[in-house]
Design a protein around this ligand. Structure first.
Ligand SMILES: Nc1ncnc2c1ncn2[C@@H]1O[C@H](COP(=O)(O)OP(=O)(O)OP(=O)(O)O)[C@@H](O)[C@H]1O
Ligand SMILES: O=C(O)C1=C[C@@H](O)[C@@H](O)[C@H](O)C1
Ligand SMILES: [Mg+2]
Length: 197
């Protein structure tokens, strides 16, 4: 039998499996998207992709430097493209930048995905981001900025979420437990930690 033999099995018969993230994490700066995303990814044996890292790779500079040298608009445009690409091709856990949900196009693209909203209050978020200088929107008056961000964005995070996990008073491992418990089952994936069985 040759490749051109009409009796050869049709290549088109191969199943086409849509690649999509197991879960997409959204929430404010300090909610723990990157931290919890890594813990959940490790426990499922998949990789974490973070759109902030993708945008940094696009420009070859840190998020802070992009804001300073290219401006927030350029960052947001690259972020929209990074989210669209990752939703289409990343099969693991996907953490979005804190402001990604501001874009109508991104909120629409999240429809049909498993989206986990990590809730955080102003006080916990301020405590967690501390005095780090790598969050350009929080360099001045971080607490007031966080309060304003949360007021504006809470409805947007809630709009795209299929799962909401409250992080208040819970450490990273406990939040990761809650996220794993809330995820719909995915064929071929299971929690590899003893706690998860
Ligand atoms: N549940 C938690 N309890 C205590 N500390 C936490 C928790 N989740 C994250 N942290 C800590 O808070 C800090 C910020 O977390 P992380 O960078 O994961 O947030 P993020 O949501 O990805 O923020 P950003 O939107 O800026 O990327 C880190 O130092 C992390 O160790
Ligand atoms: O909340 C935001 O608007 C941001 C959050 C970070 O993840 C980065 O995407 C950037 O610092 C902007
Ligand atoms: Mg992050």
């Amino acid at each position: 039998m040759t490749a051109n033999d009409p009796a050869a099995p049709a290549a088109a018969a191969a199943p086409v499996v849509a690649v999509r993230p197991v879960a997409v994490l959204v929430g404010a700066p300090g909610a723990g998207k990157t931290t919890i995303g890594q813990l959940v990814a490790d426990r499922l044996g998949v990789t974490l992709r973070d759109t902030d890292t993708d945008v940094e790779a696009t420009f070859g500079m840190s998020v802070s430097d992009i804001f300073i040298e290219k401006g927030e608009e350029a960052f947001r445009a690259a972020e929209r493209a990074a989210v669209a690409a990752a939703l289409a091709e990343h099969p693991g856990i996907l953490a979005l930048g804190g402001g990604a949900v501001l874009a109508d196009e991104t909120r629409a693209a999240l429809a049909g995905h498993t989206v986990v909203y990590l809730e955080v209050d102003v006080s916990d978020a301020a405590h967690r981001v501390g005095l780090a200088r790598d969050r350009p929107l929080l360099i001045e008056a971080p607490r007031a900025r966080l309060a304003a961000l949360l007021r504006e964005r809470r409805p947007l995070y809630a709009e795209v979420a299929t799962v909401v996990v409250d992080t208040a008073g819970r450490g990273p491992q406990e939040v990761a437990d809650d996220v794993l418990a809330a995820l719909p089952p995915v064929i071929g994936l299971r929690d590899r930690s003893s706690a998860g069985g």
